[in-house]
Design a protein around this ligand. Structure first.
Ligand SMILES: [Zn+2]
Length: 308
């Protein structure tokens, strides 16, 4: 009896080990198995869909593998590069305003045109804002060389047309100079800025005092694109101070702090999501037209003209 009992006990033990009796364990296993099958199934579906469309669906360089990038560069000679700055934008807006808006416009344009978009350059020429905490200021020389070398990397892979989406006015003179130099080296660079485009496309949407740095227009764009990062209760209206030496035709080496103590130039409290949405859609449509036309032009027709 004693032996029998022991044997019975062993069988029971072995049985317990082999059969996952507790219901929780069984259902957990079933759930895991179901999820695994579902994920394998969806991976298969995505793969088959990609085979059907015959191309990668990605338009952001940093999301691609090098083999996917090779595929794009082998067939295309155009990319979009967003650049901006990390600088004060009043008490209500995030420091990343300029590069984040440029990034959003560039990425939306990339989705609509299927032209590859690069990661945004987050720092720019911003020393005029340095008295406001958190502003990162890069010299014009360093900024120009950094962007140049990014462009030359692209040129190495066969890119000949680069559309810069610039979110910060302080970068423009450097980018214009660089674009002229690169044209001489066989790379055609155009520079798009959303706020002068919006002023032309939607002239009645904002008053001139709402269209300046960190004003209602820029704050409206943030309200649409980065809603949770805007503190509307901190928005202010600040009439810029006029320097005693400021006369018609005079340019002075002033910083932002000479003109405003809040970092806002003009009126920002009238910002609205509706207006921001109109600006975003309007400027993206305009940029899509430019990118589409440029994509279809031959680089031979875009080079520097010979001496007359
Ligand atoms: Zn800005």
């Amino acid at each position: 009896m004693a032996t029998g009992k022991r044997l019975f006990g062993l069988v029971q033990l072995r049985g317990l080990n082999l059969v996952p009796k507790p219901p929780a364990r069984i259902s957990a296993f079933k759930d895991f198995h179901r999820a695994r099958v579902a994920s394998l199934y969806s991976v298969g579906l995505i793969k088959r869909f990609r085979e059907c469309v015959g191309e990668t669906l990605k338009v952001l360089l940093h999301e691609m593998s090098w083999t996917e990038a090779k595929e794009y560069f082998a067939k295309n000679d155009i990319v979009i590069l967003p650049v901006g700055s990390t600088e004060q934008h009043g008490p209500q807006n995030p420091l990343g305003t300029d590069f984040m808006i440029a990034k959003a416009i560039a990425e939306e344009t990339a989705k609509r045109t299927r032209v590859l978009c690069l990661p945004a350059v987050p720092f720019g020429v911003s020393s005029h804002h340095k008295q406001f905490w958190g502003t990162i200021f890069i010299s014009p020389r360093a900024f120009k060389e950094y962007v140049r070398e990014a462009c030359l990397s692209l040129s190495y892979y066969g890119i000949r047309k680069i559309v810069i989406v610039n979110g910060h006015g302080g970068n423009l003179s450097v980018l214009t100079e660089l674009a002229r130099e690169l044209r001489g080296e066989g790379v055609f660079m155009s520079v798009f800025q959303w706020w002068p485009a919006a002023a032309k496309l939607l002239p009645d949407l904002f008053m001139p005092e709402e269209r300046r740095h960190a004003g209602a227009e820029e704050t409206s764009m943030n309200l649409v694109l980065h809603t949770s990062l805007v503190n509307v209760s901190k928005a202010v209206d600040t009439e810029p101070r006029k320097h005693a030496l400021q006369f018609e035709g005079i340019t002075l080496p002033l910083g932002t702090v000479d003109e405003t103590g809040t970092g806002v130039f003009g009126k920002s409290t009238s910002a609205s999501v509706e207006k921001g949405e109109k600006v975003f859609q309007s400027v993206v449509s305009e940029l899509v037209k430019h990118v589409t036309l440029l994509e279809n032009m031959k680089i031979e027709d875009l080079g520097q003209k010979p001496k007359v």
